[in-house]
Design a protein around this ligand. Structure first.
Ligand code: C2E
Ligand code: MG
Ligand code: MG
Ligand code: MG
Length: 285
């Protein structure tokens, strides 16, 4: 069931495939075991509407490793992608986060949206749309409150477009993650079934010291507005960045300024404080 074929761009480098494969396989064994032993956890990082009361959370996987402690995705996601393990892993993340967030919905947080990262691999999987539809039904979760984040690399593959359209047909929202880091072809935005753009953290981090970065961010926001696409700035760390983004009328913000990714219950506990921080800064303008 798990596809262990090397990535296309690695074909030809026979030696590295062999070495890589052995290492990957031992990590793959560990990953599979981790899934069985329920060592994975979903953390959540909030995002907020600046001009409206929008509140959502992004699911981010962690591996609670018995010896190494809590591992970030950087420690295992590449191997997960290369080995195809990511397919099972992501379905687990989707299920687990829908389970947790649907309970919150029932407890009065019914406007909360859930964003989940989906790798390009998942779209080669014919059953994906059906799997998403089934999970939404099982958890009675409104499709309109589920956002799937995909990357630009994925977006430009023509075949994937159909899957995106199908997902949108069932009412799910599509977001382009890390926007601006890969192809940045703005022209595709006009034809794509996309609802949201997440401006990559690197642009936000450099906004203050590099005026050109700031102009790029502003242009992305202006263009998105024209095309009816929501903008999210990721990696907002300072009050000043928040103020600049507010002036530019960026729709949503996410970053360590408000919260690091954490377990769901901590996020709801901290919500009033985070909202207060946003409002006091946004009103300074
Ligand atoms: P991403 O989807 O772009 O998620 C944002 C990452 O930036 C998260 O790292 C988050 O902790 C970090 N971040 C957020 N705000 C700030 C900030 O203000 N400053 C800084 N320095 N960092 C910030 P994390 O959780 O380590 O995840 C890294 C990447 O791993 C994610 O990037 C995503 O591409 C991938 N990932 C995580 N979970 C999943 C998953 O379930 N499926 C897939 N396919 N990928 C996942
Ligand atoms: Mg993301
Ligand atoms: Mg991102
Ligand atoms: Mg990113």
């Amino acid at each position: 069931r798990v596809d262990t074929a090397p990535k296309k761009d690695k074909v030809g480098k026979k030696e590295s495939i062999l070495i890589g494969k052995t290492q990957n396989e031992s990590i793959l064994t560990q990953l599979r075991r981790a899934l069985e032993k329920e060592e994975f956890e979903v953390y959540f990082q909030p995002y907020f509407g600046i001009e409206d009361n929008k509140f959502g959370i992004e699911a981010l996987i962690r591996w609670n490793h018995p010896n190494s402690g809590l591992l970030p995705p950087a420690a295992f996601i590449e191997v997960a992608e290369e080995t195809g393990f990511i397919l099972d892993m992501e379905q687990w993340v989707l299920k687990k986060s829908l389970d947790e967030v649907s309970k919150l919905h029932q407890n009065g947080w019914k406007h909360l949206t859930l964003s989940v990262n989906i790798s390009a691999r998942q779209f080669g999987n014919d059953d994906f749309v059906e799997a998403v539809a089934d999970l939404l039904q099982v958890y009675s979760f409104p499709a309109s409150h589920l956002v799937l984040e995909v990357t630009e690399r994925f977006i430009i593959e023509r075949d994937n477009m159909e899957v995106l359209s199908k997902l949108r047909d069932i009412g799910v929202k599509i977001s382009i993650d890390d926007f601006g880091t890969a192809y940045s072809s703005l022209h595709y935005l006009k034809d794509l079934p996309v609802d949201e753009l997440k401006i990559d953290r690197s642009f936000i981090a450099n906004m203050e010291k590099d005026i050109n970065n700031q102009k790029i961010v502003e242009m992305i926001i202006l263009l998105s507005r024209q095309l009816n696409v929501t903008t999210v700035a990721e990696g907002v760390e300072t009050n000043n960045q928040l103020k600049i983004l507010t002036d530019m009328r960026c729709d949503r913000v996410q970053g360590f300024l408000f919260s690091k990714p954490m377990p769901l219950r901590e996020i709801t506990r901290k919500y009033p404080e985070m909202r207060g921080l946003l409002e006091s800064t946004a009103n300074i303008t």
